[in-house]
Design a protein around this ligand. Structure first.
Ligand code: MLC
Ligand code: AMP
Length: 494
């Protein structure tokens, strides 16, 4: 089966696929744009043979054209975070051995120097477009399709590679489980370098023949105005977005709030995921909008794994059961399956939805599987038939506003500061962000540090959402007899 099997993405479908500002594009238009882009990208070659094509494009027709164009030309799509610091981009580009980069306008300007240094061809979407579609290769489902970077317990983010088959499985399970149809309309304001935005919203929407409204950022007034107008019947977000909506309601008068809530009320589905949805938030949202949030659990390496039911009880504080085609099992530390309820174990996953490999990192790939199961590092229990996430096995992973951050990566950057002798980063509980980044810092003799100065120093060295929200200067970090920092002790110092 060739990869180009998004059933609705064809020249005969004149329904609206994408809305971008005042413009809208039919499936036929999007399809033609993709074919011309893929043809131009091939530039006479038969197949890109899994060349890595990176792109630095906000949510737009151009983004969709590039992603699908790379797929149809036989390349590996590497969508990058348009909010990345240049220092981070260098790692992504060299790790993936990217050969071409697609970016438009100001984004292109910001990348020119880096691409020149790294010998990467930098083109705009318009530069690539062929006049007319030409022959495209048949790309088999087992071929590599996409690489997304994910932070882990190692210093630098790893490239998670999925195949066309993986992506298809990740999409179709959600189409079935959440009853997507071509009548659906959904806003997309999440970043497009992570699966929540890419798979759950954009790809499911386009697969189903639905209409996806693209926003370059989470623009609350614009999005809520559309909610009031009844534009959407499906809404998907990270818990922080629901928190921010409720905080926004506090700035409005009661009449405006009830109009927005009345816009949410008739929707067929509101989903929360990418981080734990607090029970309090679940209840607040229900009270305000009548919507019973459907919480689900996923990961870059697996797409979505567990979900509360579409029909049936959606239980607060729980993430439901395995999705169709996904096998899930809890294991203890000795790799024995856990069969009793309410006994914590690591969630392990099997199925076509599971990624192929970490790019050029056989060691990490091998270590992340056991007996064919992908080991997520998340700990859960099964509680009356529903999975409940208890936490993660590593304190070095922080989930802030749905972004997964590596404490070690942040520490690695902070340690390059001339006044910092030692530091340790942890996530601390936070109502808005779920967890927020806090750094404990030991200074070099005679040095002093104000938070604002450190924040300024971090600008440009890491994406802004990774910058610690608070610091605490300490005489010395707590360490065990082996000299290792005892991070759990830091939680008592917050
Ligand atoms: C923004 N800021 C954050 C932040 N997002 N700080 C900590 N954590 C975050 N997640 C900071 C900025 O640095 C800035 O700081 C200030 O907040 C305002 O920035 P903004 O960009 O205007 O904020 P906003 O648009 O409100 O962004 C919030 C957000 C965003 C929730 C929309 O964080 C977001 O899109 N999160 C979703 C990420 C996502 O898609 N994750 C899914 C991964 S896939 P300052 O100091 O400069 O003002 C996955 C698998 C699965 O997890 O299961 O889905
Ligand atoms: P990422 O690696 O960015 O894809 O993030 C995946 C991680 O997000 C998972 O390993 C979990 O730790 C976390 N996660 C996703 N969904 C949920 C959820 N509903 N509840 C708790 N944690 C979640």
């Amino acid at each position: 089966m060739p990869q180009n099997n998004f059933p609705n993405l064809n020249n005969d479908n004149n329904e609206i696929a994408l809305v971008e500002g005042d413009s809208s594009y039919s499936y036929a238009e999007v399809n033609q744009s993709i074919d011309k882009f893929a043809t131009g990208l091939l530039n006479g070659r038969e197949d890109l043979q899994e060349e890595r094509v990176a792109f630095f494009i906000p949510a737009s027709l151009d983004y969709v054209t590039t992603m699908h164009g790379v797929w149809r030309a036989g390349g590996i799509a590497v969508p990058l975070n348009v909010a990345s610091a240049v220092a981070e981009l260098e790692h992504y580009l060299s790790c993936a051995s990217v050969t071409s980069m697609i970016a438009n306008g100001e984004y292109q300007e910001s990348l020119a120097e880096l691409c020149a240094e790294m010998n990467i061809e930098l083109m705009s979407v318009a530069d690539v477009m062929a006049e007319a579609p030409g022959p495209l290769p048949e790309v088999l489902p087992e071929r590599r399709a996409m690489m997304l970077f994910t932070s882990g317990t190692t210093n630098k983010p790893k490239g998670v590679v999925s195949t066309h088959k993986t992506i298809r499985a990740q999409i179709t399970t959600l189409i079935e489980a959440w009853s997507w149809t071509d009548q659906d309309a959904i806003p997309l304001f999440l970043p497009l370098h992570h699966i929540h935005g890419i798979i759950n919203i954009l790809s499911c929407g386009l697969w189903a023949g639905a209409t996806v409204h693209l926003f370059a950022k989470f623009d609350i007034p614009k999005i809520t105005a559309e909610v009031v107008a009844g534009t959407y019947n499906v809404f998907m977000a990270v818990p922080t977005i629901y928190v921010k909506l409720i905080q926004y309601f506090d700035t409005l008068d009661a009449g405006e709030v009830s109009k927005i809530c009345d816009g949410f009320r008739p929707m067929r589905l509101n989903i929360s995921g990418s981080a734990a949805c607090p029970v309090k938030l679940f209840n607040q949202w229900k009270e305000l909008t009548g919507q019973v949030l459907l919480e689900r659990y996923g990961m870059t390496e697996i797409g979505m794994g567990l979900s509360n039911p579409y029909d049936g009880e959606r239980r607060a504080g729980h993430v439901g059961q395995p999705l169709p085609g996904v096998e899930a099992q809890l294991f203890d530390e000795d790799h024995n399956p856990i069969t009793e309820e309410n006994t914590p174990g690591e969630i392990r996953i099997k199925g076509d939805n599971v990624f192929l490999e970490y790019w050029a990192n056989e060691k990490a790939t091998t270590e992340s599987f056991h007996d064919g199961w992908f080991c997520t590092g998340d700990v859960a229990v099964i509680d009356d038939g529903y999975y409940r996430i208890m936490g993660r096995s590593s304190i070095d992973i922080i989930k802030s506003g749905g972004y997964k951050l590596s404490a070690l990566e942040i520490e690695g950057t902070l340690l390059t500061h001339e006044d910092i002798a030692e530091c340790a980063v942890i996530g601390v509980e936070d109502e808005t962000w779920g967890e927020s980044v806090m750094a404990f810092i030991g200074l070099k003799p005679g040095a002093s540090m104000e938070y604002a100065d450190l924040k300024g120093w971090c600008d440009g060295k890491m994406s802004s959402y990774k910058i610690p929200k608070a610091i605490k200067i300490v005489e010395a970090l707590p360490r065990n007899a082996m000299g290792k920092v005892t991070k759990p002790d830091l939680k008592n110092l917050v």
